[in-house]
Design a protein around this ligand. Sequence first.
Ligand code: 5GP
Length: 192
Amino acid sequence: MELLKQRIRTDGTVKGTDVLKVDSFLNHQMDVELFAEIGKEFLRRFADCGVNKILTIEASGIGIACVTAQFFHCPVIFAKKSQSKNIDGAVYSTKVESFTHGRIYDVIVSKKFLGPEDKVLIIDDFLANGAALEGLIDLVHQSGAQLAGAGIVIEKAFQPGGDRLRAQGIRVESLARIKSMNEETGVEFVEE
Ligand code: 5GP
């Protein structure tokens, strides 16, 4: 998605060798007009999939998922990072290792909101090692819902998550795929 790549080139900053900061338009201050273009692009790619639920993970996926859901005319569920254990069985629960904080979280979704009748599109801001996405896929599988695929805003294609999930047959659509990045030279995108 050219508009997104342009924005990353002008406003993204590379930290070290593997962190891209895009907090001026994506995951702190949010450019909702850009989000609308992102949502339309996800709809274009997943239009014929019968999606009736969008699933994301708190916190930074929520804004993008909400704007995207307006184009799919469906609800958004965000998986919650929770301290509490699954005591009464009312939630689907999985563990996710956070890329940015290095911690392992329990992540939950209420059984009220996801079940075998659902066709789910997962939306997230970044795909790096794939832990967040794998956790969300695990929740979808536990619920018995069908998975349409995953829509990712920025994939760091030099990290292993995207390739591993595609090799498992998961449809992963990323709007900007980064081949490499560097504090001096910035970001290079995968040519597609
Ligand atoms: P993964 O689980 O694929 O390793 O990482 C995905 C999650 O880590 C995303 O939900 C995102 O919040 C965060 N993340 C991973 N890489 C980056 C990055 O380069 N920049 C930012 N801002 N967040 C990232």
